[in-house]
Ligand binder design. Sequence first.
Ligand SMILES: Cc1cc2nc3c(=O)[nH]c(=O)nc-3n(C[C@H](O)[C@H](O)[C@H](O)COP(=O)(O)OP(=O)(O)OC[C@H]3O[C@@H](n4cnc5c(N)ncnc54)[C@H](O)[C@@H]3O)c2cc1C
Length: 456
Amino acid sequence: MAISTIRRQENISAILSREGEQGRESGRDGRANGASEGTAVERPDEREPSRFPLITNVRLPLIIDAVDLGFTAEEQAFRLEVRDWLDRNLPSEWRHRGVGGFREEEETDLQRQWQRRLHEAGWLKLAWPKQAGGREATPVMQAIYQEETEKAGAPIILGRLGVSLLAPTLLVHGSQWQKDTYVEKILSGDLNFCQGFSEPDAGSDLAGLRARAERRDGHWVLNGQKTWSSGAHYADKSFLLARSDAEAEPHKGISFFLVDMHQPGVEVRRIRQMTGGGEFCEIFLSNAVVEDRDVVGEPGAGWKIAMTVFGFERGGLAQAARFERVVAELAVLARDRGAGADVTVRQKVAQAQIEAHVFRLNGLRNLTKAQHGDAPGPEASLTKLYWSEMDKRIQEMAVGVQGPYGALAPGSPFAVEDGRWQYGWMWAQAETIYAGSSEIQRNIIAERVLGLPRGR
Ligand SMILES: Cc1cc2nc3c(=O)[nH]c(=O)nc-3n(C[C@H](O)[C@H](O)[C@H](O)COP(=O)(O)OP(=O)(O)OC[C@H]3O[C@@H](n4cnc5c(N)ncnc54)[C@H](O)[C@@H]3O)c2cc1C
């Protein structure tokens, strides 16, 4: 991987081309729209010719200074290996498009099967140490893998919270018994975990959580309420924070429990969302029992372990690939809805393309840091803030270009593209809340990246 400063002429006309044909040609080569190697986006206009081509082929010379990752021959070979495996193992009917293609409730079986397939092929241990059966993939290789799966439209996996958050946390903080008992089952999908951190009055201010854990008859007994727990309705267990020492300072009296969700002391209620789905749940704990062996780390060390969990909640190049695809689809939508000649729409599409590209460059910068062994710092908040706010703008525009049709719900017989953009718009509203709301990210950026004085 080489890092160099480049001066490059950007051509954003690939997405705003006059002729559908011309757009198809530029879309075939990712480099044609200024993307670096390996970022070739399969443009939707490769699949279907446009009925409403945008008017002019505007070539905007845009000179930029950027970090450029030139991939090594080994990394290129790895990319081809991933692509080849996906070609052979990801059936076309499992692939989704960039927006609204994934509807969690309708596809749990598919997500379960996909997870098993990835696990059997060893992909879920890509970054793991060799002695733990992994491949010790570098951050660049991990990013390549994620990007390729995203570009292929791979479904998400059912046990993603366990796989991406809990399993690596157990490798760091878990007892040998916990590693032996849980890790393989988490990866294979035999055991699904949900995350029980947030409470009705403790979200951003997680240290204010009130669920309590008491010692009784040689067990831990838990009482309280959790909320917004993704996938709790199909989870076998939860990794959950509860206050085990009421006298200690807020951050210090918290423990990290692995709670059996199938016991009588646990009730799960699904929360109805505006999408019509109910992927998030409330969890009510009424004398739920946890054995000592299911406490991760020492009692009272839960906050530190939760911070490890948050460290694994990262976005990156995979998201960049997703947004590039979404913007390309947005351009086709605008053209197909007859809005391609509208100057405002054209400017917004171009702006969205630029934002997606800036996001990729920032991802490459973060990747460069990771490749040099630097842990992600508070600047990870920039990534979260950027993509979630950008996605909201893109989705809003997509609904807007549909005119009155934008108001139709997914499933309506007259909805454009089965209402997948409306579905995407509804989902995007959650993105600036989960994994740290935009306001919280701005506070972190202000105080810890820019060094501004604390406002409170
Ligand atoms: C789709 C989705 C999935 C989720 N999945 C899970 C899950 O699986 N497990 C889990 O434990 N949790 C989950 N959550 C919960 C999520 O972590 C919280 O919603 C999030 O942390 C915000 O907390 P809150 O909802 O309590 O809002 P609050 O913290 O009450 O915030 C309300 C508003 O006040 C603002 N605010 C709060 N504090 C400050 C401040 N100091 N300065 C400025 N503004 C502030 C916030 O930005 C927000 O706009 C999920 C949430 C969503 C939306």
